[in-house]
Ligand binder design. Structure first.
Ligand code: BEZ
Length: 250
């Protein structure tokens, strides 16, 4: 994530914070509450939460994202921090996270850190990719690499997309009471005719790390061809996102 281009992220992938809008409603931040925004990206939702009177601390593992967030919202506290290394105790009324938890492949550590960071009765409200998320894109990547003769390396898969049952169990194991857990399909439009290419360039670098630039571009091109009949509708690329959304209380 730290390699992400934060400006490109804001220009072409602002759907990430736009779709998160109603998650802020679910959080229902109260005046004076202390709230940790885990994986805050460039800070748009942290700002929305702060505008409702809460005291927000945004963290993200990406330096470029945090730099962009600080530039946009200098009045909010942001810091570069890996969610597996949060060392806070009984500090926050709520932990909020949108579209970040699926990037962390050690979910047990994150959930335990969040639990520790919350005050008693504190709430953890989050949305992430769930089981089946972007499955057509992942299949197209595998098929393209196979057809082009490049090795697909499972360990380079950068995401964690759990089922509702799996994640509930994790939360309960850490000590949370799960108040709500839902998984739903959320088709997500990508901007422009190059939408799927841009998406792959932006998010899939990890999978292509052993390929040359030329090889990577040929995979991206073949993916676009494979995915067009499935995901390109009425001049718009629509990614097959599945979201896991939950509310858990300490
Ligand atoms: C997501 O928000 O579901 C997502 C974004 C980028 C890569 C993979 C998943």
């Amino acid at each position: 994530m730290s390699e992400w281009n934060a400006v490109l992220y804001d220009q072409k992938h602002d759907f990430v914070s736009k779709f998160g809008g109603s998650l802020v409603e679910l959080l229902a931040p109260q005046k004076g509450e202390t709230i940790l925004d885990l994986g805050c990206g460039t800070g748009d939702l942290a700002s929305e939460i702060a505008n409702q009177g809460a005291i927000v601390h945004g963290i993200d593992a990406s330096e470029t994202m945090i730099h962009q967030a600080q530039t946009k919202y200098p009045q909010i506290q942001f810091s570069v921090q890996d969610a597996t290394q949060i060392d806070a105790h009984h500090q926050f009324d709520a932990v909020f996270s949108n579209a970040a938890l699926h990037w962390i492949k050690q979910p047990e550590m994150v959930v335990q850190n969040v639990y520790n960071a919350l005050k008693t009765n504190g709430r953890f409200i989050a949305e992430m990719g769930g089981k089946g998320n972007i499955s057509s894109i992942v299949n197209a990547i595998k098929q393209s690499m196979d057809e082009l003769g490049y090795t697909y390396i499972e360990d380079y898969f950068p995401w964690y997309f759990p089922t509702a049952e799996e994640y509930s169990e994790l939360l309960q194991h850490a000590g949370f009471q799960v108040k709500m857990m839902t998984i739903y399909e959320r088709p997500t439009p990508l901007i422009g005719d190059d939408g799927i290419k841009n998406w792959l360039q932006m998010f899939s670098d990890n999978i292509f790390q052993h390929l040359s630039e030329y090889q990577k571009n040929s995979v991206v091109q073949l993916c676009e061809k494979i995915l067009k009949p499935q995901l390109y509708k009425e001049h718009t690329w629509i990614a097959d996102y599945w979201r896991l959304r939950f509310v858990a209380v300490k």
